[in-house]
Design a protein around this ligand. Structure first.
Ligand code: XMP
Length: 515
């Protein structure tokens, strides 16, 4: 997809930092489009995209590690401004002839930055600034042609610049919230140094996506799977705005949905859009495929494949259907395994796609983060209920049952989940929470007592998290009274459950879903 607002691009070379996506988010928040690329990308490839700027990310390695990732030296010859962050600054120093040494003491946490030379990154800022450090190596001497812009007590070269070539480095992390001026620093780099015009807005995204979907699809027809979540509904609305009746939406009830969800989606969808919707009840088929399957990755692959097969079968009856539109987001793309990011989970809509798929995939939201998708959804006029709906994974309740998925277990889980979510809504907390759900550990049994009877049954796990984009998440500090009420109701109302636990793990090190 070629959009004008993405003609002005900043490329972020990823050296495997946990924070690389945060860098991308901060740049996007400045209304500048950016992409994360592998450190192996050759300079010629980078040059072909004509980026306005390059950012070298942090990374877990020391620049002296035998396998330390390197940037192609050719990037320094492209005449493009470069900002190195943490490992990025150290690598830039080393590659351009500076001196990097292991720090006497690993610096981790808050530090006070003293600005020596404000231009251009610290212009109009105070001379003392709070920043966040996390590094083992230090630049001892910047490369020839560089001057020191800032220092801290432990880091003599906390920031540096070669004004002639527009190369900059920061040892701290401007992308994290603990560096309060960090976003402004990134804006100064993107706008003042690289000359970006801040064109990346929901309006421009919508207009340009519509134009590019039109030209890509031509007279063909598109099928779009909708789940009722904000991502797929936004895709459907966007594609509909582009090609109208050439779009047919398909809603597959895989039998792994929450209580009343299938009916709700049909109703919301019909009310919100008036787009043609084919409803497929495939619950039996999915359950049969999932019989005896306990491995989470297998579940995801089976569900991903089955989804596409059903789309294809349905699309076979729509003449000229050539494309499948999907609501894949940028974090799904990255988390499903880039060069540097390990595969944590195969997201059903990315790694789960069968290799021999007939339909061509279009993914208009492939480069968006969740908050950007919500902004686009609002721009398209989707109802608030859809815009703010909690995310729900494609594989649905299958990855919330730790073990084999059966109709009986689904039934137990649905009831528990429904109690939890309705109580959260009743407490007025729904929109403060990124995502909340119940999970079932059917193979874990514990002893309880109900009435005068001993019980030996399985627990329900409650999970609620706050997050900005699902890349990191904190467990929600739900009021005890709410948890108590939910626990009482679940144990009393849901047969087969005698215990309720609340998950107090954050991401990382845990993930939001249990599987
Ligand atoms: P994790 O568990 O990886 O989840 O921390 C991050 C976010 O992604 C959702 N999720 C998925 N969404 N297909 C999806 O469409 C999937 O296979 C999938 N797995 C996880 C999860 O609900 C959370 O919002």
């Amino acid at each position: 997809m070629q959009n004008h607002s993405i003609d002005e691009i900043i490329q972020i070379i990823d050296f495997g930092a946990q924070y690389t996506q945060l860098i991308a988010r901060r740049v996007r928040e400045c209304h500048v489009y950016c992409e994360i690329i592998s450190y192996r990308t050759p300079a010629e490839e980078i040059a072909k995209r004509h980026p306005k700027g390059i950012i070298l990310s942090g990374g877990p390695n020391s620049v002296y590690d035998p396998n330390a990732p390197q940037a192609d030296m050719g990037i320094y010859e492209l005449g493009i401004p470069i900002l190195g962050i943490c490992y990025g600054q150290q690598l830039m120093s080393l590659q351009l002839g500076g001196k990097v040494v292991p720090a006497e003491k690993r610096e981790y946490g808050s530090a006070l930055l003293t600005v020596i030379q404000p231009y251009p990154l610290y212009a109009d800022m105070p001379s003392k600034l709070k920043c966040w450090m996390s590094h083992g190596d230090n630049v001892l001497e910047p490369p020839p042609g560089f001057e020191v812009l800032a220092k801290t007590d432990f880091t003599p070269v906390a920031s540096m610049a070669d004004h002639t070539h527009k190369f900059y480095g920061v040892q701290f992390h401007p992308e994290v919230a603990h560096t309060p001026f960090g976003k402004e620093l990134m804006r100064k780099f993107a706008v003042n140094v690289c000359g970006c015009h801040q064109l990346w807005t929901p309006e421009s995204f919508v207009q340009e996506s519509i134009a590019s979907i039109k030209s890509q699809v031509g007279d063909s027809r598109v099928v779009c799977g909708v789940s009722g979540g904000v991502d797929s509904c936004t895709v459907a609305a966007l594609v509909h705005a582009a090609i109208g009746d050439q779009l047919t939406c398909i809603f597959v009830d895989h039998g792994l949905l929450r209580m009343g969800e299938a009916e709700q989606v049909r109703k919301d969808f019909a009310e919100a859009f008036g787009i043609k919707l084919i409803f497929v009840d495939a619950s039996e088929r999915f359950l049969a495929k999932l019989r005896n399957v306990t491995d989470p990755e297998k579940k995801r692959k089976i569900i991903g494949e089955e989804f596409v097969r059903i789309f294809e079968e349905t699309a076979d009856n729509i003449s000229d259907a050539e494309f499948l539109a999907q609501g894949t987001l940028y974090p799904d793309v990255i988390e499903s395994g880039t060069e540097t990011a390990a595969t944590i989970k195969t997201h059903h809509n990315v790694g789960g796609l069968p290799k021999d798929m007939r339909l061509k995939v279009i993914e208009p939201l492939r480069y968006l983060f969740k908050d950007e998708t919500r902004a686009v959804a609002k721009e398209l006029g989707l109802p608030e209920e859809i815009v703010w709906r909690h995310p729900f994974p494609g594989p649905g309740l299958a990855i919330r049952i730790m073990g084999e998925v059966t109709a009986e277990r689904l039934n137990v889980l649905r009831q528990a989940d429904d109690i939890f979510i309705s109580e959260i809504r009743a407490a007025g907390l729904y929109s403060e929470i990124w995502q909340a759900y119940a999970a079932l550990a059917p193979n874990l049994r514990s002893v309880g007592v109900m009435g005068d009877e001993r019980t030996y049954a399985c627990p329900v796990i409650l999970r609620a998290v706050t997050s900005e984009d699902a890349m990191t998440a904190h467990w929600s500090r739900l009021p005890y009274e709410l948890l108590e009420k939910v626990s009482n109701r679940i144990v009393n109302e849901v047969k087969g459950v005698n215990r309720v636990v609340y998950d107090i793990s954050s991401k990382p090190p845990s993930t939001i879903e249990w599987e």
